[in-house]
Ligand binder design. Structure first.
Ligand code: 13P
Ligand code: ZN
Length: 246
């Protein structure tokens, strides 16, 4: 047995690879975090290493004190996750004040959690609160059709929600609350983390203008399916507009 035989780790790796196969993760683009269930933490604990030092995140979310997250590493390539999980992903523990993390498994070779960990963490905090603890997955990808739309449409939740809902029939069912929009901001910091988590109070999808998309959900299938549905709808929108039939 190894930690790579634990189901939640296998499911996490599969989702990373599925995103790579979709073409949403050029180079180190995108990141994925999962808030582990207590029983999953116990399944993985026998494989934990000596914990690393506590690292301040610059944000906090007290409802996440003591939680454990699986995370992709900063600068790591999704296409390598399936080949080399120990260097590409890891598990971090959150401290009692819910303002710092430490590595308990993986991220070998001095790797760190994704540079978007503050955004993921604040999104987890908000989505966990508004879903009564159901939300476990935050997924950031660079799907090209959705990004292209951010150069065409006014950057508002109303415009994006209406365009996506109208482009594919199942969209109002898959994301009935619509999608929120965050204007272009410098990625990888606490400012964009706060702005995104404000949007996530209302929506489970947040567009990052000229950059990508954040999706949240209760499990890997639902969250991956949400990303896939939004991007497919954006593709249909772009195909129709570029055929001059919009
Ligand atoms: P990381 O490699 O730090 O996860 O950053 C990738 C990215 O998509 C930044 O928004
Ligand atoms: Zn990104």
């Amino acid at each position: 047995m190894s930690i790579l035989d634990v189901k939640v780790i296998q499911d996490y790796i599969r989702m990373c690879n599925d995103g790579w196969l979709q073409g949403w993760h050029e180079r180190n683009g995108g990141n994925l975090t999962y808030r582990m269930k207590p029983e999953e933490v116990e399944e993985c604990r026998p494989y934990f290493q000596k914990p690393g030092p506590w690292i301040d995140m610059g944000v906090s979310g007290i409802n996440l004190a003591g939680e454990y997250f699986i995370t992709t590493g900063s600068g790591k390539f999704f296409r390598n996750v399936i080949l080399d999980p120990e260097h590409s992903i890891g598990i971090v523990e959150i401290n009692d004040r819910a303002d710092s993390w430490r590595i308990v498994w993986g991220l070998e070779g001095n790797a760190k959690p994704t540079s978007e960990f503050p955004s993921h963490f604040m999104n987890h905090s908000v989505r966990s609160k508004v879903t009564n603890g159901k939300c476990r997955v935050i997924y950031h990808a660079h799907p090209p059709n959705l990004i292209a739309m951010t150069y065409i449409l006014p950057l508002s939740a109303r415009e994006f929600t209406r365009a996506l809902w109208k482009s594919a029939t199942e969209c109002p069912v898959v994301f009935p609350d619509g999608v929120g929009v965050v204007p272009w901001m410098v990625p990888g910091g606490t400012e964009i983390a706060r702005a995104t988590s404000q949007v996530m109070e209302k929506y489970d999808v947040a567009v990052w203008a000229h950059h990508g998309l954040f999706c949240s959900g209760p499990d890997f299938d639902t969250t991956f399916g949400l990303m896939h549905t939004v991007e497919k709808s954006a593709q249909i929108y772009n195909l129709v507009m570029s055929s001059g039939q919009g």
